[in-house]
Write a protein that binds this ligand. Sequence first.
Ligand SMILES: Cc1cc2nc3c(=O)[nH]c(=O)nc-3n(C[C@H](O)[C@H](O)[C@H](O)COP(=O)(O)OP(=O)(O)OC[C@H]3O[C@@H](n4cnc5c(N)ncnc54)[C@H](O)[C@@H]3O)c2cc1C
Length: 355
Amino acid sequence: MKDFDYIIIGGGCSGLSLAYELQIHKKLENKTLAIIEPRPEYKKDKTWSFWKVSDHNFDDCTKKNWKNFSINIPNNTNHLECNDYPYQSIDSGLFYEKINNRLKKNNNISFFKNLNEINSKNSFIFNSVPSFKVSDNNLWQHFYGIEIETKNNFFDDTIFNLMDFDCQQRQSVHFFYTLPYSNNKALVETTWLSKMNDNSQKDYENQIVNYIEKQLRLKDYKITYKEEGAIPLFYPSYLKEHNKINIGTAGCMTRLSTGYTFLNIQEHSKYIRKNIENIKNAKIFRIDKKYQFLDKIFLRVLEKYPKKMPDIFFKMFMGSPKTVIKFLSNKSNFLEDLSIILKMPKWIFIRALFK
Ligand SMILES: Cc1cc2nc3c(=O)[nH]c(=O)nc-3n(C[C@H](O)[C@H](O)[C@H](O)COP(=O)(O)OP(=O)(O)OC[C@H]3O[C@@H](n4cnc5c(N)ncnc54)[C@H](O)[C@@H]3O)c2cc1C
């Protein structure tokens, strides 16, 4: 069986991002790479969105950028700007196509469906397949989204809606999220932050149709695409092995309070590329410990006081949205962290701290 210098297990977002980063920085001219990916074909399966606080390789896969957004709670709407850090949506279909076209040109890169097809004993492995010990107490961000198209112009595509909490909460935290790609196309998503141990929140189709027809007052539209997913708001088990690094969700690249992962994956890829010559001895790349600590407390509050969360999110963005965006994207300084902490209801958070 064939040997490779590097193996990437999982050719999804993090596996392909890393392979592309190594390829464009000429780190695979004298090294061989095997990518293990079982999916029979690549097609659009996700829309990755985030505030663009740092550069990445996939601007040309962008569906749209926005510089304005809104947040709603019942009877109140906040209109906000994000000029410094536009909100960006990446089309996974374009992302897969761009990367695979580029990687196929390098004969040092081979694709396999199963790790058993090659000899992995002498390789350095980048693994993106997480191993979870799932329990009933784990929190998930689970969601279902549809892209819709209307005959006539309906949406204002200069502003997206980050969270609309004006909907049933059912003892959890629930909001709708709308990304208008143009005046007649949008992604509408129903999102829940909850323990996923029952199906009582999974009447997704009903929720969306109701929202579109009653809240948005839109009747005439067609559905062009659907996506469903669940982001774990807890970290998978991570065993440090001398010839293996976990990447992506498996590598704890998710920000637990938000589910944002895409940009952390890109930063991790850059870090690996910079250290590739001495990767066995490189420090493990992590989301800063202060965010891990603050997110843990935030999620304890969310679990204990779900009814308070719409108000907490709404108030958090008041004042300087730029500071909140930096905080949620792991780019805030001490004073900015403090300004966010001071906006939180004190007793609830102090109690959660000592839980
Ligand atoms: C529907 C959805 C929408 C999301 N939207 C956003 C967003 O808007 N913004 C954001 O920042 N994050 C988002 N995320 C979170 C995160 O960015 C994505 O989950 C991202 O795809 C994680 O990358 P990954 O490489 O860890 O996992 P994946 O992209 O899932 O890649 C893992 C790959 O491993 C393959 N695989 C599975 N089993 C094996 C095996 N046994 N051997 C080899 N390969 C295997 C899979 O086929 C897959 O291709 C979203 C997640 C989902 C599910």
